[in-house]
Design a protein around this ligand. Structure first.
Ligand code: ADP
Length: 450
């Protein structure tokens, strides 16, 4: 059994993991940079260890510092959270070489899904629909031209090692192909040290819909329904909801079953998310995230499963405590990502928080590590809180979220709360009628900036 978990992360997700550990009677070890010495996850953990200076390369992204901290504190497992080292297969392998349990999938699955060309092939072989595109890597402009003629314009060139929307470029027609191809290769080489690119048909008005799965090491796999994460800006999710307003129960169950079947076929273990674009009634796989996601709480709110707890149980070798038929979906949930940034220009706004008051009441959950007097450091991601709300139906959820946003007080810095409040009054959003480009148009940005 796992008795002590080192949490290799910071902020709200470190707290989220710490809470699950405490409820399971598991000791927690926080790690932190010198900039995070006053952070809530450090204060609440059973033990804490400083692992380096503020720069992430020297602290939260330093595998040696983290594994040393686990060894010194006698932790028997590491939960990586999201971001940082969570999808680094070498780190997961290194953890296991030190006889420490990695709370996540096998290093092989992380590696496979991190290589998007290989992932797409494995996923297609397992029976999941993918975006029509090149057959693997495109190695020359000539091959790019032939592929584009075959699949039809507009096309999207993507980096095999891609992430965070980097290395992607649209070509509207053959005149723009050469520039897009060269741009994508160069950015992929610079950002990821791997210039391999592939091509996909560019979908004009899709929604981003993803399916949550949980799998144990005994071959049991369940899906926990979908999340709609179409409200994005520069490929960053802003607000997520479950279930998707664009799917009916039959479509939702069908994609869940397809994914479950595929995960069983590839022998996946732990929590994972399969991301799709959904357009004109069809699903197209884009990538798989082999980790816990920021937006996992909307799933927890509608099905009552504690995803972090299940990840820990599965990592310790226990079978899932439920079958697919035990999973019931109740009502509707939404999550607002609240960032320390100007709500309209999106410029970061780190600094000291003055008054702080979190909303409460029935169906309201706030996952955050901030407090009055806390100084938001400038070194890390700008997300400082997640406001998650549940209602018996989408309309009740919307009204509750609107109410909860009105109660939220974070003084001293700018936050994205006013953007969320504006969304709550937008007729398209209220009707569930939006695609992945809608938000950028709403805030007045050029569309399709891929
Ligand atoms: P990354 O790992 O860099 O985030 P993804 O493959 O997950 O890359 O794609 C990120 C986003 O880019 C998607 O959420 C979607 O908005 C857009 N996108 C990706 N593939 C396509 C496509 N074939 N057509 C249109 N948009 C796409």
């Amino acid at each position: 059994m796992i008795e002590k978990v080192l949490i290799a992360n910071r902020g709200e997700i470190a707290l989220r993991i710490l809470r699950a550990c405490r409820e399971m009677g598991i000791q927690s070890v926080a790690v932190h940079s010198t900039a995070d010495a006053d952070a809530m996850h450090v204060r609440l953990a059973d033990e804490s260890i400083c692992i380096g200076p503020p720069a992430v390369r020297e602290s939260y992204l330093n595998p040696h510092a983290i594994i040393s901290a686990a060894t010194i504190s006698n932790a028997d497992a590491i939960h990586p959270g999201y971001g940082f080292l969570s999808e680094n297969s070498d780190f997961a392998a290194m953890v296991e070489e030190h006889a420490i349990t990695f709370i996540g999938p096998s290093p092989d699955h992380i590696r496979l899904m991190g290589d998007k060309i290989a992932a797409k092939k494995a996923i297609a072989d397992a029976g999941i629909p993918v975006v029509p595109g090149s057959d693997g890597e495109v190695t020359s402009l000539r091959e790019a031209q032939e592929t584009a003629e075959r699949i039809g314009y507009p096309i999207l060139i993507k980096a095999s090692a891609g992430g965070g929307g980097r290395g992607m470029k649209v070509a509207e027609d053959s005149a723009g192909l050469e520039e897009a191809y060269l741009f994508s290769r160069t950015e992929a080489e610079q950002a990821f040290g791997n210039g391999a690119v592939y091509m996909e048909k560019f979908l004009g008005h899709p929604r981003h819909i993803e399916v949550q799965v949980l799998a144990d090491s005994h071959g049991n796999v369940v899906h926990l329904g979908e999340r709609d994460c179409s409200l994005q800006r520069r490929h960053q999710k802003v607000l997520e909801e479950a279930p998707s307003p664009a799917l009916n129960r039959t479509q939702s169950d069908a994609i869940g079953e397809t994914v479950t079947h595929a995960m069983r076929a590839i022998g996946y273990k732990s929590a994972g998310t399969i991301e799709f674009l959904f357009e004109d009634g069809e699903f197209y796989f884009i990538e798989m995230n082999t980790r816990l996601q920021v937006e996992h709480p909307v799933t927890e709110m509608i099905c009552g499963v504690d995803l972090v707890r299940e990840m820990i149980r599965v990592a310790s070798g226990a079978p899932l405590g439920f079958k697919q038929s035990d999973i019931r979906f109740h009502g509707h949930a939404m999550e607002c990502r609240i960032n320390a940034e100007d709500p309209w220009s999106f410029n970061p706004s780190p600094g000291q928080i003055g008054d702080y008051h979190a909303p409460g009441g029935l169906g309201v959950r706030v996952d955050s590590g901030i407090y009055s007097g806390y100084a938001v450091p400038p070194y890390y991601d700008s997300m400082i809180a997640k406001l998650i709300v549940h209602g018996t139906n989408r309309n009740e959820c919307l009204m509750r979220l609107r109410r909860a946003l009105g109660e939220f007080v974070i003084d001293g810095i700018s936050t994205s709360i006013p953007l969320h409040q504006a969304l709550m009054r937008a007729p398209d959003f209220m009707n569930g009628d939006y695609d992945i480009h809608w938000l950028e148009a709403f805030v007045g940005e050029p569309q399709g900036e891929t």
